[in-house]
Design a protein around this ligand. Structure first.
Ligand code: BTN
Length: 325
């Protein structure tokens, strides 16, 4: 019912609509209308209800509500089914449960805050209000060994979305951190479930510090993190960013399914802030590999040129950009 009321208010573009008109279109009584308008106000919509003039929408909500995401969504299937939570432990955990229960490809889980947000390598992901915390369920017919391609193509989709929308120095740090300048604005966590060497489902978790107040982050995270709000000096519309991202994501994913991963890698290389930088890669177990990043291969592994001129392929690890010694 709230969605239908919103549809009428949006259609009238901020002009007053009489309660009688709304109640007759929706076949509800005045009490029901008032109750639903109150719910919309609780969700952050600013609605002017005047006895003489009627009802009009003054300002939309800052929440990333399914209605707002779907309103101008241009995809064919990604994001057509949305599970929304104001607070959740982790959207990746919820998406994995939904995938186990048969949720279709393209289903997304989105939350305003996460209490147990998960980062890569078992780290915690701080997820306060204002961020975009979202997971996408995919069921690609690719081998588990090819799953990292999905993470790389998601990184390209996030970076392209931000680049198209805002005049910011956005790029990708290998393998899949999105940076503005040298600070991280988005992380991606892919979790795959394989059965008999085929992928049953993949959950791609995306965390974008959109309207997050980074001052609230612990100091060790704060020095390397930023948010779109901080970079732009104003709040962004989260739902619009999600709509644009989902469209680019779907286009990339469809291309990948048609065997066009090499083209996506070309885009990744163009957006990369790592290629051409001197890096330290901290591997699991504490080993550190250093060198100049000169490329990425077709599996997404980073190619380093070491001081002695030898090339070294690095498959995984935490990559840090450093000054060349
Ligand atoms: C990283 O460590 O860089 C990856 C962070 C991924 C965070 C996102 S937020 C939405 C989704 N749910 C989670 O629990 N994690 C991912």
């Amino acid at each position: 019912m709230q969605d239908q009321i919103l549809e009428i208010l949006y259609k009238n573009k901020g002009k007053y609509v009489s309660p009688a008109e709304i109640t007759s279109i929706l076949n509800i009584n005045q009490d029901e209308l008032e109750k639903n308008v109150a719910i919309l106000e609780e969700c952050g919509y600013i609605i002017d209800s005047s006895y003489e003039s009627g009802i009009r929408l003054i300002e939309s909500t800052h929440l990333v509500l399914p209605y707002e995401i779907k309103r101008e969504l241009k995809t064919n299937y990604i994001g057509h089914k949305i599970h929304y939570f104001s607070k959740i432990d982790s959207t990746n955990i919820a998406a994995k449960k939904l995938a186990e229960d048969g949720a279709p490809e393209g289903t997304i889980v989105i939350a305003e805050t996460q209490t147990r947000g998960r980062g890569r390598r078992g780290k915690k992901w701080i997820s306060p209000a204002g961020g975009i915390w979202m997971s996408i369920i995919l069921r690609p017919e690719i081998s588990p060994a090819e799953a990292p391609q999905l993470t790389l193509m998601t990184g390209v989709a996030v970076a392209k979305t931000i680049k198209n929308k805002f005049d910011l120095d956005v790029g990708i740090k290998w393998p899949n951190d999105i940076l503005i300048g040298s600070k991280k604005v988005c992380g991606i966590l892919t979790e795959a479930n394989a059965k008999f060497n085929t992928l049953d489902y993949v959950v791609i978790g995306i965390g974008i510090d959109a309207n997050v107040a980074t001052e609230s982050f612990p100091s060790d995270i704060r020095i390397n993190a930023t948010s779109l709000k901080k970079e732009l000096g104003e709040e962004i519309n989260g739902s619009e960013l999600i709509q644009d991202f989902l469209k680019i994501f779907e286009d990339n994913y469809d291309a990948l399914k048609k065997g066009q991963f090499p083209e996506i890698l070309v885009e990744w290389r163009k957006l990369s802030k790592t290629i051409g930088s001197y890096v330290e890669v901290h591997k699991q177990g504490g080993k550190i590999v250093k060198g100049e990043a000169i490329g990425i291969n077709k599996d997404g592994a980073l190619i380093l040129e070491r001081e002695n001129g030898n090339l070294r392929k690095v498959i995984s690890g935490e990559c840090l950009h450093r000054e060349k010694p």
